[in-house]
Every structure is written in C-alpha cells, then in structure tokens.
Design a protein around this ligand. Structure first.
Ligand code: ZN
Length: 136
C-alpha cells in the first residue's frame, strides 16, 4: 500500500512536469510570435523604403522635366539666359524674359517669333547662295 504523502508527491511532480511542458510550449509560441513580428516589421520597412525610392525618382524626373522645359524650346533648342523683366517688343512685364545675343530682352512669344524670322532669313540666304552657285 502506497502512503498518501507519497501519492501527493507523485501527483505534484506530474503536475509540475505538465506545467513545465506548457511553459516550454508557451515560450516557443512567444519566440515564434516575436520572430514573426520582427520579420513583418522588416518587410514593412523594406516596402516603405521601396515606395519612397520610387516616389523620389518620380519627383526628380518631374523636376528635371520642368527644368528642361524652362531652358529649352519644344523643338529642343536651348533658350538663352532669362530673368523677370520687360519685353522690348510688347512692353509687358513677363517672367521669364529672355536675354538675346544682340542685347534685347524678349518674352517667350517674341523670342520664338524672332528665332523663326532668323531661321527663315538663314534658309533664304542659303537658298540664294545655292542659286548664285548654280547660276555661276
Ligand atoms: Zn513680348
């Protein structure tokens, strides 16, 4: 016959083992949750960084296009230095006003007009030159 005290001791050690096993399981659950949390946080940070990089590149491209548009005509020819001022032809305050090589200040409209006239004069001059060369 087993004494009552001995029975109780065996029961408490069994209970202790069960408690210890549950504690071990809980610890592993906690560690797994912590690892998941850290990995999730790392993934979130990576996604956020990627989005930021894409947004930064798009904004830089937009700024570069704006700068190119401010300093070039639609056909790609570079514009002369510009500032805020009064156009010599239409006498209006415009921003920007372009400083031409001959010292005049023109708004975009009149600058393009002058550029087209110079272009036309150049082509007729070369045409005349060609014509002279053909006749001589
Ligand atoms: Zn003008």
């Amino acid at each position: 016959m087993v004494p009552v005290a001995c029975k109780m001791a065996a029961g408490s050690t069994l209970l202790g083992a069960v408690k210890l096993r549950m504690f071990g399981t809980n610890i592993w659950l906690l560690v797994g949750a912590l690892i998941l949390l850290v990995v999730g946080l790392a993934v979130l940070i990576a996604i956020w960084t990627g989005v930021n990089i894409l947004w930064w590149r798009a904004s830089r491209r937009r700024v570069e296009q704006n700068m190119h548009r401010r300093h070039h005509l639609p056909d790609g020819t570079p514009l002369p230095p510009a500032s805020r001022g009064i156009c010599d032809r239409c006498q209006q305050v415009v921003n920007p006003v372009y400083h031409t090589e001959d010292g005049r200040r023109l708004c975009l409209h009149h600058y393009q007009e002058q550029k087209n006239q110079q272009q036309a004069a150049k082509t007729t001059r070369t045409d005349n030159h060609r014509h002279d060369a053909a006749t001589n």
